[in-house]
Design a protein around this ligand. Sequence first.
Ligand SMILES: Cc1cc2nc3c(=O)[nH]c(=O)nc-3n(C[C@H](O)[C@H](O)[C@H](O)COP(=O)(O)O)c2cc1C
Length: 433
Amino acid sequence: MFHMGWFLGYGFGVYGWGGQWSGNASRDVANPELFIGMGQALENAGFDYMMLEDSSVLPDIYQGSFRHSARTGVIRMDPIPMIPLIARATRHIGVIGTIATPFYPPFLAARLFTTLDHLTGGRVGINLVTASPHAAAQNYGHEEHFEHDERYAMADEWMQAVSALWETWEEDALQLDEQAGVFADHTKIHRADFHGKYYKTRGPLNTVPGPQRRPVVCQAGGSPAGRELAAAHADTIVAAVVGVEAMKEFRDDMSRRLIAHGRKPQDAKVLFLVNPVLADTEEDARAKQERAMTARQNNLEGALAGLSYLSGKDFSQFDPDAPFPDLTGKVNGHQSSMKDYQNAAAGGKTLREVALGRQVVESIPLVGTPASVAAQMGEAMEHAGGDGFLIGTPPTRKSIAEIADGLAPELRRRGLIRSGYSYDRFRDNLLEF
Ligand SMILES: Cc1cc2nc3c(=O)[nH]c(=O)nc-3n(C[C@H](O)[C@H](O)[C@H](O)COP(=O)(O)O)c2cc1C
């Protein structure tokens, strides 16, 4: 069996805007109902978690302007308050919120996620990201963002500080002894006194430990520094690599790194990003994919804006019909994704070819009926040895139904995904197999 998650790539943002299945946009923007309904549908389908992306910028790297972002609706509401709303309407699914470690003081984050752990009944997770744009850092008072590997070193220390705060109350510190008049035993509550290079925090937390004590930790960075951070702290790792061989290499590499950190390979579940194209027949699915590819071919601007965001470089400055620019060593943003693009440009491919040729990052192409896609997923997982898949499809009510009511039953029929939940808490279900 493997695990299923869904990554909401625009966080608490806008989905389907201007498309054929966009719903009632005038009512849906900033409305939580789509996400709450999604949680219920995915729980019914046996998903382990949904994961809400986040960022703190209205992007303006492309053309040095907000024009593209504003016209296409690249907004983000803060996803964290959404977590308890989804949890309140569900009983088992885990909900992961994204925190950019450079911008959250450890005490604020540790207290917030302990509180969320209570509000969700032990079903919250935290997606550690280091954020990439300089503009995000400037929103929080920095001149510019920290350098890539230093961001990861900071994130590692940040996680140590947060973990120390989560341990400031011993297991049995909470007494709740009304007769003796003791709410909590002060001898079992300790200061953290964490003094790192980047962060300091005193502690203890003034919250009582949550049902999980330590919320589920998720990590996505694919560079060596990102993988090390994941090996040290993560319970689930989400990866966007290309091809079954790369999936296998990633899982094997993570197993080695986990062991080096004194952990077991099965302590962290690796889920691979996919974007299944589903339809009633194989032919319909191929035609649907063709249409999506044509739409992408007609949207060079969208592709260039995306590359600008990932790399931190304004791609409007490059000639689309010249060879893909060599940015090796010059990217302070998403390094592993840019390396994938650079690899795709081998042999002198033009910027236009590379930008339009590549689907939103996905590990394996999945196109077909729910039954045939389920079979392909089973085979890929068996070969790669990973722990599951992360759906990256933008959620609309239609795409949610296709996955939750079309694909998931086929996966379940094959015994590939869970048919129910054994536990109440997120981590227990995640680590069950
Ligand atoms: C599935 C997935 C989800 C991610 N979610 C976020 C996010 O919510 N916010 C963010 O700033 N970065 C997000 N990232 C980016 C990663 O945290 C990381 O910065 C990126 O993968 C580049 O990592 P690298 O420089 O270590 O290769 C995500 C990446 C992946 C693959």
